[in-house]
Design a protein around this ligand. Structure first.
Ligand code: E4P
Ligand code: PEP
Length: 352
């Protein structure tokens, strides 16, 4: 017999359903209040109704529960202090889009060893989101896989669609149905228009195929997501300067979109050199202090300890160090956020 099906499939294993995971790890009213308050706060900032800046800050990727909680406790204390000026959301990224191949994140491979224990990964991810919400700290994540949101999206205050997927129709459709504000990165080449187009697409209604909480195939019809924005992450060159912001505002206005955006201090804006995030944040903070109203959010890649390390099977990892992109350490993160809060106060003082 000639095989025409599953020619390149090497195995199929069962996956738990979102309903089973949510039943095992339910969200309480207190957890959900953290999420809904942060979502509403971000939406107000995006509409220009709150003069604070929201910050998505945390590790490039999560790979360890206890280290993530160590970071979350530090961030929660700082977020409370800075809350009059900044709405702080922890970057809790479970899914990594790779340029070619590599570890794809804590959900895909929680044991970091190619065993792809995704049922455990989903369980660990949801457990971590519950523990972070229990601190009173909201979480943001990248939505990369099209099925995984059903398992965790109720605990997410803000989501990103990455530079490699902003142009994907499937991700725009997903964003149109997600319940949280969504940031679309510009393309890896620096193209802003694809992110502006993504906002237009995601703000509209769509019909597409998906999976329900009970794990059944279904046709989803969405209403469109009104709380989407661009994230400038650099491309062939950085794109965080005042001139880049003005050019982006032009693209947004031409598309009939709100002229508000987030700057990612990392990725191509820092040439992936983690310490450069400090320079980028200082420039952007200066624009804010100088009266800019278009930059409403910042993204910072930060961990307990600075830099990054390679994941080498069988070798121990250093504590609190990223295994994907390099991150700022905690002390630098604290100083960066305090300065940004001061910049917001400077702007407020000059306009009141
Ligand atoms: O943020 C993480 C990385 O920049 C992104 O996932 C691409 O990683 P890679 O180029 O190492 O695959
Ligand atoms: C992968 C990321 O960014 P980008 O999509 O901008 O490369 C990220 O923020 O982790």
């Amino acid at each position: 017999m000639t095989s025409v099906d599953d020619v390149h499939i090497s195995s199929v294993r069962p996956l738990i359903t979102p309903a089973l995971l949510r039943e095992a790890l339910p969200a309480s009213t207190a957890h959900l209040a953290v999420v809904t308050q942060a979502r509403a706060g971000i939406a107000r900032i995006l509409r220009g109704e709150d003069d604070r800046v929201f910050v998505i800050v945390g590790p490039c990727s999560i790979h360890d529960h206890d280290q993530a909680m160590d970071y979350a406790r530090r961030l929660q204390a700082l977020a409370t202090t800075l809350s009059p000026d900044l709405l702080v959301v922890m970057r809790v990224y479970f899914e990594k889009p790779r340029t070619t191949v590599g570890w794809k994140g804590y959900i895909n491979d929680p044991h970091l060893d190619g065993s792809f224990a995704m049922n455990e990964g989903l369980h660990h991810a949801r457990r971590l989101l519950l523990d972070i919400a229990a601190l009173g700290l909201p979480a943001g994540t990248e939505f990369l896989d099209l099925l995984s949101p059903q398992f965790i999206a109720d605990l997410i205050a803000w989501g990103a669609i990455g530079a490699r997927t902003t142009e994907s129709q499937s991700h725009r459709q997903l964003a149109s149905g997600l319940s949280c504000p969504i940031g679309f990165k510009n393309g890896t080449d620096g193209n802003i228009k694809v992110a502006a187009d993504a906002i237009t697409a995601a703000s509209n209604a769509h019909a597409f195929m998906g999976m329900t909480n009970m794990g059944q195939a279904a046709i989803f019809e969405t209403r469109g997501n009104p709380d989407c924005h661009v994230i400038l992450r650099g491309g062939k060159a950085p794109n965080y300067s005042a001139a880049d912001v003005a050019a982006t505002v032009q693209v947004l206005e031409k598309g009939g979109l709100a002229p508000r955006l987030m700057v990612d201090t990392s990725h191509a804006n820092s040439s992936k050199q983690h310490q450069k995030q400090i320079e980028v944040a200082a420039d952007v903070g200066g624009q804010i202090a100088g009266g800019d109203r278009h930059i409403v959010g910042l993204m910072v890649e930060s961990h307990i300890n600075a830099g990054r390390q390679d994941l080498v099977p069988g070798q121990p990892l250093q504590y609190g160090v990223s295994i994907t992109d390099a991150c700022l350490n905690w002390a630098d993160t604290e100083a960066l956020l305090k300065q940004l809060a001061a910049d917001v106060r400077t702007r407020r003082a000059s306009t009141t």
